[in-house]
Design a protein. Structure first.
Length: 67
């Protein structure tokens, strides 16, 4: 979980990368923004373009529908 505050970027997409070792989810202010399957070929990286909004961003790994 990371708190991010970038005044002036409201509404602009920001690229976020996470390495969850399983399928990845991105959440912004507790709202699911996206899900992405990861593979060894991708080095288990999930990349999301998120619309910036002040608050808290969180990445989660999901295996068999469990975080």
């Amino acid at each position: 979980m990371v708190s991010w505050n970038w005044p002036g970027f409201e509404g602009k997409d920001i690229q976020v990368k996470c390495i969850p070792i399983s399928d990845g989810q991105a959440l912004l202010n507790k709202k699911l923004i996206g899900e992405q399957a990861t593979t060894e070929e991708q080095q288990f990286k999930a990349t999301f373009a998120l619309p910036y909004a002040p608050g808290v961003i969180r990445a989660a790994g999901v295996t068999d529908e469990k975080k």
